[in-house]
Design a protein. Sequence first.
Length: 397
Amino acid sequence: MRMCRLGGVWGTAASTCGSNMQTLQQAWEDMCGLIVRPQRCEYDVTSLGPQLFRIDDGVYERTDVTVFNPRGMELKCSHFEPVGSQRPRDKMPCVVYLHGNCGSRQDSLDCVTVLLPHGITLFSFDFSGSGLSDGDYVSLGYYEKQDLATVIDYLHSTNRVSRIGLWGRSMGAVTSIMYASKDPAISGIVCDSPFSNLPDLMQELVLSQKPWIPKFLLKAAISTMRSSIVKKVGFDINDLNTKEYAAHSDVPALLAHAKDDLLVDQKHSKIVQQAYQGECALMGFEGGHNSDRPEFFLDAVTTFFIHHLITKPGPQSSKKEKAKHTDPMLVLKDEKAEAAKDEPKEKQQEKREAEGRDAGEKEDDETDAAPAHDATDDVNDDEVPNPPEEDVATETP
């Protein structure tokens, strides 16, 4: 759950600011390395606990699997779910937990007791460049959303998962928003401490420590870091604009942010909430970026996922209702046709003869009521203007 503080190089940058530019540039390069290659969480799989365990009266199991992302890298994963004899149905709702840039699937262990007793399974994995998965770098959401897509595809392929929710923290929160904007089938997302825009966050981090750095120098340094990251890792930091992704997401969201977060200020979640297109709530609580989360927040997360993954009507049933009542006249026509099949042939013939008589009488009435002279006969065809042609090329959306 931790996101490493990018503070180790600021002192070096400050000491060299008054000397030569080359040394200062090296300091920024070092900071760039801290962004894409923070301290890696190293652990043994035994730290995930026993593969068979109890929570109250329930018996659960952890299944470890390996999947491959589009870049051919191994992603180490774990699925926590009830044992077969206690599984209420074949397909169960699932929450995918997404860790921060210094974290791993170990961080999801706190979520096991929050979700499993309520009939929701938990899937967690190490992003590429994190934990036991392949990869040398993280990208704060850019490649992580590809990793998540791989995991979602895997879950669907098992035929053991119904609705899917996402629970991300820091880098994982950003990844959740980015992915949900492209996959409306996600039922709900919980996003703890997302940043709204990476370049803005980078400037804030530097200025919070060294406010005396001139803005022109800061912008030049970030531009240098941007180029370095593109060459080293292959992604553009300007593409990590969470606010823009939020503006295109309809997936219900619960944002959360600690009030004393000194790494990612709480205003970032407020910016994301204001930009969010769909249903979006924001919770605040005491603590910092890496603090343990309070019980009332975990209770809110449980309630959120129970509602959106279990009790809320699904999109499929809604579509069926819409299709059923789209055109009531078609339904009525079908009902009449079915009823006519059961009538005797003599009665059907009598109805057709009666309908023919009614139609003939109606035609006679209209003929008697017709005027002797039609005013349109006095209008010269040359005087009738043609309807204006539509100028499709000049239309604006």
